[in-house]
Design a protein around this ligand. Structure first.
Ligand code: BGC
Length: 366
C-alpha cells in the first residue's frame, strides 16, 4: 500500500473564483490525498468537506473507471449550482430536521433552515463546506474538525474525525468518532454519488439494487418523515431481492411522487449491533459491484432526482437526471424529533460518551 499527497489548486490563486462564503485563508490548507492499494484501486480524498473526490475501480475485464461523481478541483465543489454534496461528509446532522428545531433535556434549539422551512445536511455551512485538519495514517488519512458550540445552531463543541482507509480487498473503510462538551445530536454520513459504469455515463436506473430492509419511513411533501414505519412488501420500495432501479422509479405511488423517485430512508433488518451488509449495487454492463456494510440502523437511498444536467463533472460530462445515486448509512431523518421510538434510535451524544461508527464501501466485479 502506498500513499501520495497532492495539492488541489487553491481558489485564492484562480482569477474570478467565487469563494461562496468560505474563508479564503483556509485555501492554503486544502489538500488532496491519493490512496492506492495493491489491486490497483485508487481513491482520492480532500480535506475540503472530507470529500471523496474519485474512486477508480476495475470492471470484470480489468478496465478502470472512476465511479464517483465530482470535480477535479476544489472550485468545482465550492461553485457547484445548488451544492449537491458530491462525495462529502454531511452533518452535524445528515438529512433533514423538521423546521430546524429539536429539544434536548427540555431546551429547544433552532438550527439554520436551508431546505425550505427545514434543516438539511448540517445547514448553510455544514461539514461538507469546511476545511478539516488532515493527518496521514497507515493506508489512509484521518480528517478532524471542531464544530463549535452554536455553529449552525447546534449545541456543544463537537470534536469529530473521519478516518478513511483503503484495504487491498478494495474496501474504503470510513470510521467516524466524535465527542462533545454539551449534549447534542450527531448523525454523519458520506454522500458519494455512484455510477458503476463510470461518472458521467448516463442514468443509474439500469443498476440493480438490493437493500436488506423490510420497512421504510414514509415522508410528507417536504421529505420529512411522518413518523410511520411502513412495510416495503407490495410497494416500489421492496428491494429485499435484487431489483432494477428503473422498474418502479416512476411508479404511480404518492411516496415516489414526493421524491420524485427514490429519496427515502430504509430501516435495515439488522441481526445485532456489528457490521452488517446493508445494500448491494450491481451494474450488469461493467459487472462492477458495490457492497455497503455498516453499523448504522438505516440507509438513505437517494436516486439523483435533483441532478438536471447543469453540473458538468471532472471528465467534462454533464451530470444528467438520475445519473448518480447515494447510499447513505445513517440514523433516520428527523430522529431528534422522534426520540428513541422503534426505528428511531437516539442520536443524542452527551459529554463523556463517544460517537463511534464505521461504514465500508466494498468494490468487486463479476
Ligand atoms: C437527500 C436529498 C437531497 C440530497 C442533496 C440527499 O441525501 O436525501 O433529499 O436533495 O441529499 O443532494
Amino acid at each position: 500500500m502506498k500513499q501520495a499527497l497532492l495539492s488541489l489548486v487553491a481558489c485564492a490563486a484562480v482569477a474570478g473564483c467565487t469563494t461562496a462564503g468560505v474563508d479564503v485563508s483556509d485555501f492554503d490548507a486544502i489538500k488532496e490525498y491519493t490512496l492506492k492499494n495493491d489491486s490497483g484501486m485508487v481513491v482520492k480524498i480532500t480535506n475540503y468537506g472530507a470529500t471523496i473526490t474519485s474512486i477508480v475501480v476495475p470492471d470484470r475485464d480489468g478496465n478502470m473507471a472512476d465511479v464517483a461523481l465530482g470535480y477535479d478541483n476544489v472550485e468545482g465543489y465550492i461553485n457547484a449550482i445548488d451544492r449537491p454534496y458530491f462525495g462529502a461528509v454531511v452533518g452535524r446532522y445528515g438529512n433533514r430536521i423538521a423546521k430546524g428545531t429539536f429539544s434536548i433535556d427540555g431546551i429547544e434549539y433552532e438550527l439554520a433552515t436551508n431546505n425550505g422551512d427545514n434543516h438539511l445536511h448540517g445547514g448553510n455551512m455544514g461539514f461538507d463546506k469546511v476545511v478539516w485538519d488532515a493527518e496521514p495514517v497507515e493506508d489512509g488519512v484521518k480528517l478532524s474538525y471542531l464544530a463549535k458550540d452554536g455553529e449552525e445552531g447546534y449545541p456543544g463543541n463537537l470534536m469529530l474525525s473521519v478516518t478513511y482507509t483503503l484495504t487491498d480487498d478494495n474496501e474504503i473503510v470510513m470510521h467516524y468518532e466524535a465527542t462533545t462538551d454539551k449534549a447534542t445530536v450527531v448523525n454523519v454520513t458520506n454522500h458519494t454519488y455512484f455510477n458503476l459504469k463510470g461518472e458521467g455515463s448516463g442514468t443509474i436506473n439500469d443498476h440493480i439494487l438490493q437493500i436488506h430492509a423490510s420497512k421504510t419511513t414514509p415522508v410528507d411533501e417536504g421529505l420529512i418523515p411522518t413518523g410511520e414505519m411502513r412495510d416495503v412488501a407490495g410497494t416500489p420500495f421492496d428491494f429485499r431481492e435484487p431489483k432494477v432501479i428503473g422498474e418502479d422509479v416512476d411508479a404511480d405511488n404518492q411516496q415516489i411522487e414526493y421524491g420524485p423517485g427514490y429519496d427515502h430512508n430504509w430501516v435495515l433488518d439488522r441481526e445485532g449491533e456489528g457490521m452488517e451488509l446493508a445494500a448491494t449495487l450491481y451494474e450488469p454492463q461493467s459487472g462492477r459491484v458495490l457492497e455497503v456494510i455498516t453499523e448504522e440502523p438505516s440507509l438513505q437511498f437517494y436516486g439523483g432526482n435533483f441532478l438536471d444536467g447543469r453540473l458538468v463533472g471532472k471528465s467534462g460530462k454533464a451530470y444528467t437526471y438520475r445519473s448518480g445515486l447515494c447510499l447513505e448509512t445513517q440514523h433516520a431523518p428527523d430522529s431528534p424529533n422522534h426520540g428513541g421510538a422503534e426505528g428511531w434510535p437516539s442520536v443524542i451524544l452527551r459529554p463523556g460518551e463517544k460517537y463511534d461508527t464505521t461504514t465500508i464501501y466494498k468494490f468487486s466485479a463479476k
